[in-house]
Design a binder for this molecule. Sequence first.
Ligand SMILES: Cc1cc2nc3c(=O)[nH]c(=O)nc-3n(C[C@H](O)[C@H](O)[C@H](O)COP(=O)(O)OP(=O)(O)OC[C@H]3O[C@@H](n4cnc5c(N)ncnc54)[C@H](O)[C@@H]3O)c2cc1C
Length: 258
Amino acid sequence: MEKYNLEKIKSVHHWNESLFSFKCTRKNNFKFKNGEFVLLSLIDKEKKIIYRAYSILSSNYDNYLEFLSIKIENGIFTNILKNLTVGDNIYISKKPSGTLIFENLLNKGENLWFLSTGTGLSPFLSIIKNYEIYKNYSTVVLIHCVNYKSNLSYRYYINNIFYKNIINFNKLNFIYYPIVTKEKFINNKRITEIIKNKKIFIDTNLENFSKFKDRIMICGNMNMLIDIKNILQSLYNFYEFSSNQMGLFATEKAFIES
Ligand SMILES: Cc1cc2nc3c(=O)[nH]c(=O)nc-3n(C[C@H](O)[C@H](O)[C@H](O)COP(=O)(O)OP(=O)(O)OC[C@H]3O[C@@H](n4cnc5c(N)ncnc54)[C@H](O)[C@@H]3O)c2cc1C
């Protein structure tokens, strides 16, 4: 386990029967960029080491690490993870990685868009708390699409604490746009749909995507990633970040589908 730091659970919050989040200690020398993911590792009943990728939800200036997790029925990893309580051990890989970092986008935008589904919210919560992005973009938009209202994790935090302490206090321009697809809610159309029918531009009072002013990060399920990628490439001529060029948009899977 020399590639992992041993940390302790500090608090756990269960949002509903399929979603929870937790905070754990953070070693002083553990560095990461907002938006990156790590491997969380646990030891199962047979003393086997198991690990899974998790996006870090806390920001790099926080003295703790925070994660948001799905609870998969019969999920090998989450069946153990969901039962962790305060004081339990968790191993966290020392080398974070990921594509959803600020530096991967061509740095000449006016609007920075974060498009997420489900637990794909995590990397963006880490990034939006970073003041640097507001120096580079005049408007930051966070779209979070879920099936049921109870999966709109951190909605209260964003609408109240985050807006009050960070956005309004510093006079920043931030738009939170939650979507719920399977229950009555103010916004209930999927992200692809509101981009295609342009409702998102009307609702946010922003213009159609343009490569001169918009930069986009996407994190969510595979279908959503593919659909949005296609729209951005075919309708808007956007190109994606790759290892040899900065992009107008960057994507990351929120999980691997089996
Ligand atoms: C880069 C990356 C970052 C990730 N970050 C997170 C994160 O921040 N939070 C998180 O909960 N998971 C995240 N995951 C998924 C995570 O690694 C595990 O898949 C998850 O913990 C479930 O593990 P499991 O062993 O219980 O089930 P698995 O056997 O790993 O998964 C079983 C099935 O459950 C579904 N599934 C898995 N994860 C999710 C999810 N997050 N949302 C919806 N369906 C899912 C998929 O269909 C998958 O095939 C990430 C995955 C990747 C690749």
